[in-house]
Design a protein around this ligand. Structure first.
Ligand SMILES: NC(=O)c1ccc[n+]([C@@H]2O[C@H](COP(=O)([O-])OP(=O)(O)OC[C@H]3O[C@@H](n4cnc5c(N)ncnc54)[C@H](OP(=O)(O)O)[C@@H]3O)[C@@H](O)[C@H]2O)c1
Length: 198
């Protein structure tokens, strides 16, 4: 069955964005995306870098409305035209782009339905609130860790997410010269099997 993968850029202290947006990223980090995860580059970046590769990881991307609107404010109605693109919102009434599917219902129900369909894995792009709503459905984490701490910002999972410890098994890692690290973890416990510990 295809997996839900939270593939997300994070600081060492677990923030996906600062109060004013993203942080600077090392050059070799971009090159790693181009080589390994070309499908996760938004269309303007793919065009600027002359990337045409379809990629091998994902064919579907899920976004929360606030993350989606970052591109929208820059006039980009579909940053991922090379992927099936779903945006979760209970307030948007009409999709700004015919290729972008608006989902007003429960993200958990939608993800369970998507997992039953054939295809590559499903990329949960974020942000924190949507990731918090889908916390129990995430099968794999790919943390793109910048060698940076920022002290405050938006965490990996929204503060609205419930306290729910889960174990993860390291399944891969790539450390770049800059100190950026791509670290992959598979869920070690089932969604209904809480990890124990103290
Ligand atoms: N580091 C990275 O790789 C990365 C990736 C993506 C985003 N980000 C950052 O993340 C930040 C945005 O994250 P965020 O947590 O503020 O917002 P978000 O998760 O992107 O979007 C939140 C919105 O998604 C919709 N939503 C969330 N849960 C839902 C549910 N259960 N059912 C239906 N709709 C639901 C709601 O839209 P409505 O209010 O319309 O109902 C909600 O307001 C930005 O700063 C962005 O830069 C970072």
């Amino acid at each position: 069955m295809r997996k839900l993968v939270y593939y997300i850029a994070t600081t060492l202290d677990g923030f996906i964005a600062g109060p004013d947006g993203f942080w600077p990223i090392p050059e070799d980090y971009i090159q790693h995306l181009v080589t390994e995860y070309p499908e996760t580059l938004p269309a303007p970046a793919r065009a600027a870098l002359s990337v045409t590769a379809q990629g091998t990881h994902f064919d579907t991307v899920l976004e929360g409305r606030r993350s989606y609107e970052i591109g929208l404010k820059a006039g980009i109605t579909d940053a991922y035209p090379h992927l099936r693109h779903l945006v979760f919102s209970r307030t948007l009434t009409e999709s700004p782009d015919p290729a972008v599917e608006l989902v007003a219902g429960d993200p958990v129900d939608k993800v369970r339905q998507l997992k039953q369909e054939d295809g590559e894995d499903i990329w949960l792009v974020g942000g924190a609130e949507l990731a918090g709503a889908l916390y129990g459905e995430i099968d794999q984490l790919i943390l793109k860790m910048a060698p940076l701490t920022i002290g405050a910002g938006i965490p990996l999972f929204s503060h609205k997410a419930a306290f729910d410890p889960r174990g993860w098994k390291l399944s891969g890692h790539t450390v770049l010269d800059s100190g950026a690290a791509f670290v992959t973890y598979a869920r070690a416990t089932g969604p209904d099997t809480p990890a124990t510990g103290n």
